[in-house]
Ligand binder design. Structure first.
Ligand SMILES: [Zn+2]
Length: 130
């Protein structure tokens, strides 16, 4: 991929990143707002548990996406953007335009979906509760 194209994808990725960071902030504000509303109806402990779960869910989803976006930006910096992490073949640009933060080509992704346990690419331990 030439530098001009890589720069274009980089600016797309950076705007996704900004949006995601904004969403995370918004989500946290919503959680705080609903926490205050619900405090009147349910006990403190129940409210705390509920909100911790909610916050965790939102956090994981956004965090996963952010991680992918960050990785893609890092790959652009290293000149490796658009290369599938699994088979190391170039990812078609049409796919990058739809999912600019994708790490894998369509073929590898469908292989992984067919055999979710055959790959150790999902490092989920990062997201387990401490
Ligand atoms: Zn691949």
């Amino acid at each position: 991929m030439n530098k001009k194209k890589a720069d274009k994808f980089r600016s797309i990725l950076e705007s996704i990143r900004t949006e995601l960071l904004g969403d995370v902030e918004k989500s946290n504000q919503n959680v705080r707002a609903s926490e205050t509303e619900q405090m009147a109806d349910i006990s403190d402990d129940a409210a705390r548990t509920y909100n911790r779960q909610l916050e965790g869910e939102i956090g994981n989803q956004e965090w996963q996406r952010l991680k992918q976006v960050d990785l893609a930006i890092k790959k652009i910096e290293e000149g490796e953007y658009g290369i599938c992490s699994q088979c190391e073949e170039p990812i078609p640009e049409a796919r990058l335009q739809v999912v600019p933060f994708t790490e894998f080509c369509t073929q590898c992704l469908s292989e992984m979906e067919k055999n979710p346990k055959a790959t150790d690419l999902n490092d989920e331990e990062t997201f387990e509760e401490a």
